[in-house]
Design a protein around this ligand. Structure first.
Ligand code: G3I
Length: 351
């Protein structure tokens, strides 16, 4: 009998969660409907799943998510049309089946580039035409800037330079229409760093070039003390000053630093003091988001509750013993509210 999280922010921004199709029934679905008014696919709409083989499309999982959003009147984010990860190899093979990145002949390189751009156009057109009436926000490109700044040396970049970014947005605009909201999404693009500067300059140049970008996605995979609220505020302001909408697209607050120690093996081992620290962190974040709610249209968590988070894989990977539990959200593994929930709601934890 706690208050719905999304209602608290009704006048400010949408509250979303990333989902897998299996979470669309049972208790996870109830929590989703009660506390959130927006969803995004954690994996099901990525190129690898939608286009596993050339000329073959797999819609089942994506359709389930789209239908759930429709049935429950939820805002729908599409993640993601173009990404270097989770994409099948066939995109980057030439007609003879050779990797395009290895081609040295300049003439053949140009041919390959056009072939890849054609495939991308085709792919974007097919997806966008299927879902354009259902999707409210599109992640058109994801993670195109490298951690150390500069453009990510992905196959996309090696074969087409920056053309793929431009063509991706233009194609999305062409088929999704003038009213569609098109985003460039990345991680650590709020952190005061070379990456942020380069990300900002790239977006600015693309806009000056007439590329149809409507917004910036801040993934926000963050930690208890990093990045600072100040640099986050500064980043939101910078992007907003470019005339762009800002969305928080993949929010989670890990209980670990980097790399994650994974020292807590189960939820029960996590000290209350850490959950309190996390609550304070969420209080500060949501105060900032509310303060800047004219700039921000949506805040999406990268999961519903602590029973399903990609951060568990990270904790296991780095812990040294293959075990480790993270707990990044407002709800615990049983969907009970955590201190973070009350902090987000601006309430005192009554317990
Ligand atoms: O589907 C296969 C399954 O058939 C196989 O048995 C199983 C064995 O490991 O793997 C399954 O694939 C996994 C997939 O998630 C679906 O569950 C992959 O191994 C796993 O690597 C993949 O992880 C996803 C990750 O993106 C891939 O980079 C995470 O769930 C997803 O949360 C994460 O999301 C990304 C965003 O898209 C972009 N921003 C960062 C964010 C976190 O990494």
């Amino acid at each position: 009998d706690v208050a719905p999280m999304d209602e608290r922010f009704e006048d400010s921004f949408g509250i979303g969660a990333a989902v897998e199709p299996f979470q669309l029934e049972g208790e996870s679905a109830e929590v989703l409907k009660y506390h959130y008014n927006s969803i995004v696919a954690e994996n099901a709409m990525k190129p690898l799943y939608i286009a596993p083989e050339e000329g073959e499309y797999f819609w089942e999982d994506a359709d389930q998510i789209v239908n759930f959003a429709k049935e429950n009147d939820m805002y729908l984010r599409y993640h993601t049309l173009v990404w270097h990860s989770q994409i099948a190899d066939w995109f980057f093979l030439d007609e003879e089946g050779n990797p395009m990145v290895e081609e040295e002949d300049p003439e053949k390189r140009e041919e390959n580039k056009q072939l890849l751009l054609d495939r991308m156009r085709d792919y974007i057109k097919t997806v966008v035409l299927r879902y354009k009436d259902d999707v409210d926000a599109w992640d058109v490109v994801n993670e195109v800037v490298d951690d150390g700044g500069g453009l990510r040396e992905s196959a996309w970049y090696q074969i087409t330079g920056t053309d793929y970014i431009k063509v991706a947005f233009e194609t999305a605009r062409e088929y999704a229409g003038e009213d569609a909201m098109l985003y460039i999404n990345d991680y650590n693009n709020e952190v005061d760093s070379v990456k942020r500067d380069d990300f900002y300059n790239l977006v600015k140049e693309l806009l000056e070039d007439g590329v149809p970008i409507d917004g910036v996605g801040l993934q926000s995979h963050i930690q208890l003390n990093w990045p600072s609220i100040e640099e986050t505020r500064e980043a939101i302001q910078m992007y907003s000053d470019l005339g762009l909408d800002v969305q928080i697209t993949e929010l989670d607050v890990s209980i670990y630093g980097w790399p994650p120690s994974g020292e807590y093996k189960t939820e029960d081992e996590i000290p209350d003091s850490i959950l309190e620290e996390q609550a304070n962190r969420y209080r500060d974040l949501f105060s900032l988001y509310e303060e800047m709610d004219d700039a921000i249209s949506n805040v999406t968590f990268w999961g519903i509750a602590d029973n399903h988070t990609w951060l568990d894989d990270r904790a296991k990977e780095y812990s040294g013993d293959g075990r480790g539990k993270d707990a990044p959200f407002a709800f615990d593994t049983q969907y009970n509210v955590k201190p973070a929930y009350f902090a987000i709601m601006g309430l005192k934890d009554p317990r």
